[in-house]
Write a protein that binds this ligand. Structure first.
Ligand SMILES: [Zn+2]
Length: 481
């Protein structure tokens, strides 16, 4: 098996230039959620040239696609993303905030690398299937709009992931690790209140204020916060106050609510209470409320068996070597941070003494700004205080995901520093390393079906038949910007 994995790694090295080019291309396109037409085409063109069967326009999303190769089972899915973020345009390899296009978009979450790295893995696995004559299928899933739509949740609504034997993915990061924890479920709705406009002084009795309704809803939620589980969070933003004139009773106003909890079914229950408060606010103010679904992501459920397989593959990879120039670049990026690193490790790092030591070292001396070692894998009860649509995949098939270094320590998510690294040799090296990790994990699963059976058994015992999709049947995925 080692030989087959080495061949896959050699294939990825041979394709490194092509993968780097497509990563940089997508970085340059910097297309927002569900508008990633050029990025999706760039990935599909390569898949097609490599002999994958393409299906596009999936689950009602023009930029969602898949590339499939092979026959029969097992079927292993490799997930790719490629959407950018608004307002984060930034020149590559720059150590200061310097937009490439003023006001433009940028890959502040590194999804250009995510899409290209997963592509490299899918191609290497395809070569393995072709050369070995093994029965089995590899499918690259082009998942658009991770940032504000959550396309994988729509895939889940259509039961796409149920067809897989396993799903593998990764994310650019400042640490090398296989994730041993969960993420929060998150559900967003927009509440728009419809009232009646009138002169606030001359005819106040004729007015029904939508802004009053928003305020009363916010107060109601404040009281709800005392009576919800400790694990839950409710955030909001008023997105339409109804106008700037105090002397006009506001006829329409909108507020967006984000409901989070550890488990998706808990978040859905809490969501119903938020809806009821909105109805109450409408009743109190004589307005009407319309509730519009925005997006919904389930919590991630770890598959320990699959994550251990991925971790064994990670530990077997040659660590990335960095040049002096790359280390200097990384140090300069850390120096550019608005809030200098304090060396105080976060919640997660208390579980991992290695990273605690390293984070402190970077902060104190700036000695080695890039994580070159591998974190040990550990299943912990920690829930990352964020959300990802990989969560919905993990409810439908055994799923494992890794973080691979593509930028220096302390780099905040969704920052210009990540955009700067996204088309640099540091990002390129991380993207190639991730391709190797996903490819070796998939090949291990094809070679050792007993591992897949064990992962499946674990999944069946904990999750089978328990998934409640948080995306309503009638919700339509659409761009938000
Ligand atoms: Zn991301």
């Amino acid at each position: 098996m080692k030989n087959k994995i080495n061949q896959a790694h050699a294939n990825i090295d041979q394709n490194a230039q092509k993968l780097t080019e497509v990563s940089h291309k997508i970085w340059g396109y910097a297309e927002l959620s569900l508008k990633e037409h050029l990025s999706a085409k760039a990935l599909m063109d390569i898949l097609q040239a490599e002999g994958f069967a393409i299906e596009s326009n999936l689950c009602g999303m023009e930029t969602a696609f898949l590339g499939s190769f092979g026959q029969g089972r097992p079927i292993i899915g490799i997930l790719g993303e490629f959407d950018a973020l608004a307002g984060l345009s930034q020149k590559a390899t720059s150590i200061k905030k310097e937009p490439l296009v003023p006001g433009g978009n940028g890959h502040g979450c590194g999804h250009n690398m995510l899409g290209a790295g997963s592509l490299g893995a899918a191609i290497a696995v395809k070569e393995y299937l072709k050369n070995s004559g093994k029965e089995g299928t590899v499918i690259y899933y082009g998942c658009p709009g991770e940032e504000s739509v959550g396309s994988k949740s729509y895939f889940a609504r259509d039961k796409v992931w149920e067809n897989l034997d396993a799903a593998l993915t990764w994310h650019p990061s400042c640490v090398n690790e296989v994730q041993g924890w969960s993420s929060l479920s998150c559900i967003q709705h927009i509440y728009t209140f419809h009232g009646t406009s009138s002169h606030a002084a001359a005819a106040p009795e004729k007015g029904r204020s939508a802004l009053d309704a928003v305020e009363l809803m916010n107060i109601g939620i404040q009281f709800l916060r005392e009576h919800m589980p400790d694990t839950a969070r409710i955030h909001y933003a008023i997105i339409d106050t109804g106008g700037e004139s105090p002397n006009v009773v506001q006829p329409q106003a909108s507020v967006v609510y984000m409901v989070r909890d550890h488990q998706v079914h808990e978040a859905l229950q809490l969501q119903k209470r938020v809806d009821a408060i909105a109805q109450g606010a409408a009743l109190m103010t004589g307005t009407k409320v319309s509730i519009q679904f925005k997006d919904a992501l389930s919590n991630t459920v770890l598959n320990d068996t699959l994550s251990k397989v991925m971790n064994d593959c990670l530990q077997g990879l040659e660590p990335i070597q960095y040049t002096e120039d790359e280390i200097d670049f990384a140090k300069s990026l850390i120096a550019s941070l608005e809030h200098p690193p304090t060396g105080t490790p976060g919640t997660l790092s208390k579980h991992f003494p290695d990273i605690k030591k390293w984070v402190e070292e970077v902060s104190d001396s700036g000695k080695m700004p890039l994580n070159t070692f591998y974190m040990p894998y550990k299943q912990i009860s920690y829930v990352m205080p964020g959300s990802t649509d990989v969560g919905d995949v993990s409810w439908q098939t055994p799923t494992a995901q890794a973080n691979i270094v593509c930028y220096p320590a302390h780099t905040p998510g969704h920052s210009w520093q990540i955009v700067s690294c996204g088309a640099s040799s540091i990002g390129d090296k991380g993207m190639i390393q991730a391709a190797k990790l996903l490819a070796s994990t998939a090949i291990t699963l094809f070679e050792k079906p007993e591992l897949l059976a064990k992962a499946k058994k674990e999944f069946d015992q904990t999750l089978k038949g328990k998934y409640v999709c948080p995306v309503p049947e009638d919700a339509v995925p659409k761009p938000v910007n």
